[in-house]
Design a protein around this ligand. Structure first.
Ligand code: ADP
Length: 328
């Protein structure tokens, strides 16, 4: 959008010119007033020396008044200066963050278009092939499997998008209920195992650990982590999902053996629409919503998420959530 960028550049130039003009005017105002003050002092001193006016103040008094006025101008000028600079910094920061957000939103829209079109195109093509051609059982099975995988991806993308807008608008009603967290995590892993039978998913999930939470949201948070581990690690590498209780919390760790996440990116990946910008990871499909939504969900459950490095390579995402007492 060259026209919009031109307009924006013009607005920025105008902003800096106006700011410079206001500050210069302020300095000039101080110089002029001070000069006037000095002139007045000089005149008053002359009058006092020549005694042209009866009852003229003493020289020391005149000097005192000059100093007082100077201090007054400096005080008023400094307050003006600080107010203008504080206002300018505030406006600049606000506009800059809005710009960044709209840029990220643009990237998101591009990624989203791609994310929506691909599964629809794949599912459509597979169904058309099934309709037009006589295929053997294994071919039919393969086409159905990929169509199903793509529609599942579409489904989780829609869920992520709908929920994040609902949570942000305050439109989603969380239902907190006693939830068997062990079962919930197991179900998520089993579901991924059925969808991606060729991937190696190891789980170590002791039974009957409970939390208070919204099942749908917690499921979505866990699914996002497993989905990322599968997406960003090589197909032949294993993914491990573990649950353990420590103190008053339950910990779920999702480990992969992919490239991992550089330290400088670790704090950014939970931001809305953020995706790490190297070619290898961008080749993987995504919108930058998953981890943002996961963190939002966990915030609502007084839970935390952190990310560390796996050894020798890969990422470990760890969720900690307050535990309910174990049920037997
Ligand atoms: P998406 O996967 O849709 O891009 P996410 O919010 O889930 O969005 O993730 C944000 C970014 O964090 C991803 O684009 C990716 O660069 C990085 N990331 C997330 N999980 C992993 C992981 N397990 N290994 C490496 N990078 C990851």
């Amino acid at each position: 959008m060259p026209a919009a960028i031109k307009k924006l550049r013009f607005a920025f130039i105008l902003y800096w010119v106006l700011l410079a003009y206001i500050l210069a005017a302020l300095v000039w105002w101080f110089i002029a007033l001070n000069r006037q003050n000095n002139q007045m002092t000089r005149l008053k001193k002359q009058e006092a020396i020549t005694q042209t006016k009866p009852g003229s103040p003493a020289l020391s008094q005149i000097e005192e008044e000059n100093k007082r006025k100077k201090a007054q101008y400096i005080g008023e000028g400094s307050i003006f200066f600080l107010l203008i600079v504080a206002g300018a910094v505030f406006v600049f920061r606000t506009v800059r963050s809005q710009l960044r957000q709209s840029q990220q939103q643009q990237h998101f829209m591009m990624a989203l278009t791609h994310e929506l079109k691909t599964p629809i195109a794949v599912a459509k093509l597979n169904l058309e092939t099934l309709q037009k051609r006589k295929l053997d059982d294994s071919q039919r099975e393969r086409l159905l499997q990929t169509a199903l995988q793509e529609t599942n991806r579409l489904n989780s993308l829609c869920n992520n998008m709908l929920l994040s807008s609902q949570i942000e608008a305050g439109g989603y009603r969380t239902t907190f209920e006693e939830t068997n967290f062990s079962e919930l995590v197991q179900n998520c892993v089993t579901d991924f195992h059925n969808r991606f039978p060729q991937r190696l998913l190891k789980m170590n999930i002791p039974e009957n650990h409970f939390v208070m939470g919204d099942r749908l949201l917690l499921q979505l948070a866990i699914n996002n982590l497993i989905d990322n581990a599968l997406k960003y690690a090589p197909k032949e590498s294993p993914i491990s999902i573990q649950l353990r209780e420590e103190g008053a919390s339950l910990y779920v760790a999702v480990k992969d053996e992919g490239k991992g996440i550089p330290d400088t990116e670790k704090k950014h990946i939970f931001e809305k629409f953020y995706r790490i910008g190297n070619a290898a990871t961008k080749a993987a499909k995504g919108t930058g919503l998953g981890l943002y939504l996961t963190r939002k969900i966990l915030d609502q459950h007084n839970a935390n998420i952190s990310v560390t490095d796996n050894q020798p390579s890969g990422a470990i995402f760890i969720i900690s959530i307050p535990a309910l007492h174990e049920k037997n």
